[in-house]
Design a protein around this ligand. Structure first.
Ligand code: BG6
Length: 511
């Protein structure tokens, strides 16, 4: 097991939702799992006027997000956890003199022997990341002479290629790249990490992982929910920025990449960057028109109940053309993937929540059995990221009886079969990695920029292109009807059900 040194976690934006919803529960799980170092404290920093006690009450004792987790745990055990939490009010803005903050950090460090090792977690609006980094550096809190210093930042990493570059440059003027950890919670998911293992620890898959055997690759990321209370943020973002530029391109890079020379953070990230750089960037409007589909959910009625359309959501412009559905077809310009189309879609208000990768293999080169040529009978490898996590392989079997009639059978593996293994939640895993200085599952600056390079022209076309259409789709169906047009030939999207082995659930409505 890797060592976790004594340290302090300083969370900026500590009175916000993410801290209570994700960070504190993740730290509690680490505490419960005995993963925290002997000397460890959390210092919440924000612009709300809270005492240590009020902060503890808010994020531990009275937190609805922690309620279930602490239920059944001894009172003293929970109290000891809460006693590791402190709070510092920064006043009315983040761009302030960090004198008092720096003194508080130093006092806590001395009192609790955290060895001058600090993680600064920026759970604040991205607009102030640079300001916080600047003010920390002004107090020497980026200096690693007496202990390591790390900076974790949440997405979005920029709004476009230009702003991402600007942000990277800004942060790098105060912290070295190796001190910066860009969190993408999809990389914290076991099933996303398992993409590497599926590919590189199985000699039955890797030899087939190329244009000679793969016809096309399909990735679906569907959410049942709409924009909920985040309409204000989402309307300026849209599905492409919110999900595709980060989470989906991370998954894509793991599917596309060449074998790394080892499992070090740099070896893996170097290959991911190369993969992202090999995506063919679509620039001319004709190509963009033919290979991208943009949609938005509209109001509908389900079981007699009215379901809101996107434009009626709180915080959304009533004339908004922001996409809640994005489907992209693209190619990868390298030896391995030449001419293999990738189809990727992400959307809100779909019939079910599901993220999966489908590798569609080519038909056998010479058909000797009748009726085997039907496209839906080709081999498929379905890697389910969530839910019902697992892997499904579809292969041909002989139907009993005379002659050689071929049907498809399923071979499945379910993560739930590891019932005895505790599976860390994404934030828990990622936080522990950062605490141990392992950046493998964090995005590097060049990775983020390569992702924006691919996405930027699509965003620009969707914003300024003359022939762009925002297709409406009733909340609760698999997106606009023409989404299947993107996939030429005999195929269409696999519209998966809640369970891995459910085949095309078709166009249905949510309940
Ligand atoms: C976030 C997006 O990054 O990921 C949300 O901002 C989205 O809009 C969420 O709902 C999805 O994450 P998960 O883990 O539930 O698939």
């Amino acid at each position: 097991m890797k060592k976790t040194s004594n340290q302090m976690l300083v969370i900026f934006g500590a009175s916000g939702d993410l801290t209570a919803r994700k960070l504190i529960p993740a730290i509690y799980n680490l505490y419960k799992g005995n993963h925290l170092p002997e000397n460890f404290v959390v210092l919440g920093v924000s612009r709300s006027n809270l005492t240590d006690g009020e902060f503890r009450k808010k994020v531990v004792h009275e937190s609805s997000y922690l309620k279930e987790k602490i239920n059944g745990d001894a009172e003293d055990f929970v109290k000891t956890f809460a006693s590791k939490l402190f709070y510092e009010d920064l006043g009315d803005k983040y761009d302030a003199d960090y004198d008092r903050l720096s003194k508080r950090i130093s006092d806590l460090n001395t009192k609790y022997s955290t060895d001058n090792n600090y993680i600064f977690y920026l759970s604040t609006p991205p607009g102030i990341y640079e300001v916080v980094a600047k003010n920390l550096s002004a107090k020497g809190l980026n200096n690693e002479a007496d202990g390591w210093k790390r900076l974790i930042v949440e997405k979005p990493f920029g709004y476009s290629l230009e702003t991402a570059k600007h942000l990277n440059k800004g942060l790098q003027s105060y912290f070295k790249e190796k001190q910066i950890y860009r969190i993408d919670h999809y990389l914290g998911k076991e099933t996303v990490q398992n993409l590497l293992v599926t590919r590189f620890s199985n000699s039955i898959f890797e030899p087939l992982w190329n244009r000679n055997y793969i016809r096309h690759v399909e990735i679906t990321n569907a959410e049942k929910v709409g924009v909920e209370k985040r309409g204000g943020y989402y309307d300026k973002s849209g599905a492409l920025r919110d999900m595709f530029q980060n989470h989906l391109l991370q998954i894509i890079s793991l599917i596309v990449m060449e074998p790394p020379i080892g499992d070090s953070a740099e070896a893996i990230r170097n290959e991911k960057v190369k993969a992202l750089k090999s995506l063919r960037i679509m620039r001319d409007h004709e190509t963009l028109f033919q290979n991208t589909i943009k949609g938005q959910y509209i109001a509908t009625e389900i079981d007699g109940k009215k379901v809101k359309g996107y434009r009626e959501e709180e915080g959304v412009d009533p004339d908004s053309t922001t996409e809640t559905f994005a489907a992209i077809k693209f190619f990868v310009d390298n030896w391995r993937w030449k001419d293999v189309p990738f189809y990727v879609r992400t959307a809100k208000k779909m019939p079910t929540k599901v993220t999966e990768v489908v590798i569609h293999f080519k038909s056998p080169h010479h058909q000797i059995f009748k009726d085997t040529n039907a496209f839906d009978k080709d081999n498929k490898l379905i890697i389910r990221i969530q839910p019902d996590e697992g892997i499904l392989l579809k292969f041909g079997v002989k139907v009993p009886g005379q002659g050689f009639t071929v049907d498809r059978a399923n071979m499945e593996f379910y993560y739930s079969s590891f019932a005895d293994n505790y599976v860390m939640d994404a934030y828990e895993r990622l936080l522990l990695d950062a605490m141990q200085g392992d950046a493998t599952l964090y995005a590097r600056a060049d990775e983020v920029e390569a992702a924006w390079e691919f996405v930027d022209p699509i965003l620009d076309y969707w914003k300024n292109g003359k022939d762009v259409i925002t297709h409406g789709y009733p909340a609760g169906v698999w997106g606009p009807k023409n989404a299947d047009d993107l996939i030429e030939g005999l195929s269409m999207w696999r519209n998966p059900g809640e369970n891995l082995a459910d085949d095309d659930s078709g166009y249905c409505v949510i309940t």
